[in-house]
Write a protein that binds this ligand. Sequence first.
Ligand SMILES: *[C@@H]1O[C@H](CO)[C@@H](O)[C@H](O)[C@H]1NC(C)=O
Ligand SMILES: *[C@@H]1O[C@H](CO)[C@@H](O)[C@H](O)[C@H]1NC(C)=O
Ligand SMILES: CC(=O)N[C@H]1CO[C@H](CO)[C@@H](O)[C@@H]1O
Length: 251
Amino acid sequence: MAKIVGLMLLVQILFLAATGAAASSAHPAYEEEAAACGVGGGEEELVVIRREEYDGGRILDITHAYREDMPSWETDEGLGQFLCFPRSMKNGSLANNSEMKMGTHSGTHVDAPGHVFQHYFEAGFDVDTLDLEVLNGPALLVDVPRDKNITAEVMESLHIPKGVRRVLFRTLNTDRKLMWKKEYHTDYVGFMKDGAQWLVDNTDIKLVGVDYLSVAAYADLIPSHLVFLKSRDQLCWLFSGNHPCGSLKTR
Ligand SMILES: *[C@@H]1O[C@H](CO)[C@@H](O)[C@H](O)[C@H]1NC(C)=O
Ligand SMILES: *[C@@H]1O[C@H](CO)[C@@H](O)[C@H](O)[C@H]1NC(C)=O
Ligand SMILES: CC(=O)N[C@H]1CO[C@H](CO)[C@@H](O)[C@@H]1O
């Protein structure tokens, strides 16, 4: 089942969770904070509204908010404390200055070619070299069978039309709400090597999105990455995040 969604993929990562209020159009990443409303105090109540839709739905924010208990690669401890305030107004500083420290593969992220190819790394193929035109624009949201990883057979069965360049693959990971579990799960659904190869050989897809921390199934971790990132300027930009796919509406 394939659904067309108008989507701007925002590869911005600075979405700090602070005390906020959730309106009906609120970003679902902040649902947990819906109960907390007032910020500040005094005579005026300041209410923060975080949205996932902008410009009448033309732009959708499909990123995850960083949370201390969001899952992190190969640890059950979650992301942990990643934010601190070296300067704080509560302590008499003139301004609040925050400091962040975390792995670059935390939450919604994109893989650079240098991630799995040492010679690309040395030549400087980092995320700065990725094509923003590919990372932004309409995308196709596709539901994949819930009982398999993404193999060549699965890819073939999806009948993704030629010409489609950005695809978000919604999987069992979304149903399992894996991005909302602190513990890291190795049995998430992702691309098997033959599925990645089928995509490269038979589609025009330049951006592959999946709904957990890696585009590649754990069982084919490096092989799938190698297939996707080998041709650098053609394929493949990856992002993660399941709650956003779960809430995407068809258009
Ligand atoms: C305020 O300053 C104290 C003492 O330097 C420090 O221990 C504390 O962490 C600071 N608090 C904040 C919120 O910055
Ligand atoms: C997908 O692959 C992982 C290993 O990477 C496995 O543990 C899991 O059961 C597979 N999921 C499905 C739905 O077949
Ligand atoms: C906007 C902002 O970062 N505000 C912070 C200022 O510092 C205090 C700690 O002293 C935090 O509680 C605020 O969130």
